[in-house]
Design a binder for this molecule. Structure first.
Ligand code: ATP
Ligand code: MG
Length: 183
């Protein structure tokens, strides 16, 4: 099958536009990170649940059928942690404590990926929102974040296109969290 028939996909949580703008505003005031570090635009801030990589249409359809049947619960978390992975060049914002439903959702989606023939890393899921990429140099992080509390009631399947100007994301589908026929 030609490579062009695959899509680079990932399951993700998306942020409300107002929250994303608040995070970017705080980031721009708080961090003094120079080039070549690349700040993530507000519209691209997200929390990846499972990276699928190059996915064939049949695999995508199977994943969507599995995602449709999941009955994972909605949850809230607090964005109160910052980290820097210098080797990956990532500065991130995330929760100090991961709620169980978040871990369960990521685990279910990783399992779905494996069932569809998309291998998953052996490393544990580490929830984070990338604030900067290409930040390989040492730096001192701010001591705290505003500690935003965020509720998530759906998750999405995104397609990522790699371009010379960075990745371009498109939401393909989204699913509500919670039992579909709950009253
Ligand atoms: P760029 O690669 O241009 O820096 P990006 O990393 O956001 O941008 P993608 O590489 O398409 O774009 O990744 C989409 C999402 O999946 C991102 O949240 C990224 O962190 C995550 N991701 C990418 N590769 C992996 C991987 N091998 N393991 C886990 N997560 C990954
Ligand atoms: Mg990448």
């Amino acid at each position: 099958m030609p490579v062009s028939s695959t899509q680079r996909l990932f399951f993700t949580l998306t942020l409300q536009p107002t929250l994303a703008r608040n995070i970017v505003h705080w980031r721009n005031q708080t961090f003094d990170v120079q080039r070549p570090a690349r700040p993530t635009p507000a519209t691209q801030l997200h929390l990846t649940l499972a990276f699928l990589g190059d996915t064939r249409p049949a695999q995508r359809d199977s994943l969507c059928r599995i995602a449709e049947r999941l009955q994972n619960q909605p949850f809230s978390l607090t964005l109160d942690n910052l980290g820097h992975w210098p080797k990956a060049g990532i500065i991130w914002l995330g929760p100090r404590d991961s709620p169980r439903p978040l871990l369960a959702l990521a685990s279910a989606l990783r399992a779905a990926a494996v069932r569809c023939g998309l291998p998953q890393p052996a490393t544990p899921f580490s929830p984070h929102i990338t604030l900067f990429r290409r930040a390989h140099h040492p730096l001192i992080l701010p001591s705290q974040t505003p500690g935003w509390s965020v509720s998530f009631s759906h998750f999405s399947l995104y397609c990522s296109e790699l371009t010379p100007r960075g990745s371009r994301y498109t939401e393909l589908q989204r699913w509500s969290l919670g039992a579909p026929h709950a009253v």
